[in-house]
Design a protein around this ligand. Structure first.
Ligand code: MRU
Length: 354
């Protein structure tokens, strides 16, 4: 499996997603501050992956703390939580993972554990968050494979693959599971301006796996669909609101509108940790705006003239009415999404298959 993030010699090591596919370089983080920086600067990106990274960043903070007592440890821990929560606003998995780590920390404090015992408990919780994410991707992949025809051309946007998760991927998890079940799948990867997650990362992952991949610019998706060359769209999500509106990489909404126009089913693949029942609809989802330089420059080359303003929202919202289903590890939520999302969140997690 792809080495998105892991431990090495007491440090958190991440593949540097800014450098792929040209270079397979790794970034090492020894503090929560360094993990926060890696998230903000997109060394690691993708909703579930940044949740996993935040949990590991908190472990780093606890391990390096010189606190002599649990009260001091708690102060340092909660400051690191705030630091990590301030990195990127849209993907709810980040806040979900931090909240889960906070609950575990508070439980250990209530139980009267020592500083060393708390470290052990928190190490184990971060490892569980990572392992469960991979298991969720595999389970949702198996559910999602059912919506992929036996011979399918799948269009995807951004990168919702192993690189964007603890491993295996959500949208690409569906593709991988379909291939593993014997289906013949070819993928169209939207280039995904301006950070090029599709052209660089999705294409890199799929080529490595030997899955047929064609990169297109997002402006080409409409023509491709009109020519009847897309059977199904599968994308990931950064946050699914209670009514089924979906925030995902900017350009996803355009793909969903095109899919509706051309009668192509549009699916979203996301673990339950991406569903945010506390956010009523898409209008309430905070949308990150990133540095204009991501658009005005490609590397060091300037693309736009000085003086031209740019608008760089990193995400958009696809209304629930355009979504055929939300593929989770507990099954596929079908419209009406408000009901099926609530049901899937209330349901007990499926047992992990042996
Ligand atoms: O800005 P990014 O690269 O973090 O955006 C990532 C996406 O929009 C993904 O589609 C989403 O996080 C799902 S990842 C399984």
């Amino acid at each position: 499996m792809l080495p998105t993030i892991g431990w090495e010699d007491g440090e958190v090591v991440m593949i540097d997603q800014r450098r792929l596919p040209a270079r397979e370089a790794y970034v090492r983080c020894g503090t929560a501050r360094e993990v926060a920086r890696a998230i903000r600067t997109m060394v690691i990106r993708g909703a579930p992956a940044i949740g996993v990274a935040a949990a590991m960043g908190l472990v780093l903070e606890l391990r390096r703390s010189a606190a002599s007592g649990t009260t001091q440890l708690a102060g340092e821990f909660y400051r690191a939580c705030d630091l990590l929560a301030a990195t990127r606003p849209t993907a709810v998995n980040l806040f979900w993972a931090i909240a889960r780590m906070k609950r575990t920390f508070a439980g250990a404090m209530r139980a009267g554990r020592s500083v060393d015992e708390i470290r052990g408990v928190m190490d184990a919780e971060a490892a569980r968050i990572h392992d469960e994410d991979v298991a969720s991707c595999r389970a949702l992949g198996r559910h999602g494979a059912a919506v992929v025809p036996a011979e399918a051309r799948v269009l995807t946007h951004c990168n919702a693959g192993a690189l964007a998760t603890g491993g295996y991927g959500t949208a690409l998890g569906v593709v991988r599971a379909a291939v593993e079940s014997g289906k013949r799948v070819a993928v169209y990867a939207d280039e995904t301006r301006p950070f090029l997650q599709g052209a660089r990362l999705t294409a890199w992952e799929l080529v490595r796996d030997g899955i047929e991949t064609t990169v297109i610019t997002e402006g080409m998706a409409g023509s491709l669909m009109r020519e009847g060359r897309v059977d199904v769209v599968v994308v990931g999500a950064d946050r699914v609101a209670a009514n089924g509106d979906v925030a995902n990489k900017i350009g996803t909404y355009t793909v969903a509108v095109l899919a509706r126009e051309h009668g192509v089913p549009f699916y979203v693949a996301a673990p339950v940790s991406t569903i945010d029942l506390a956010t009523p609809d898409g209008a309430a989802i905070p949308i990150e705006e990133r540095d204009a330089k991501e658009m005005t420059h490609l590397g060091s080359a300037r693309l736009t003239p000085e003086g031209a303003a740019v608008w760089n929202p990193a995400f958009d919202v696809t209304p629930a009415r355009l979504v055929a289903g939300i593929i989770t590890e507990r099954g596929i939520c079908r419209p009406p999404l408000a009901d099926s999302l609530k049901a899937v969140c209330d349901a007990a997690p499926a047992p992990t298959p042996a």
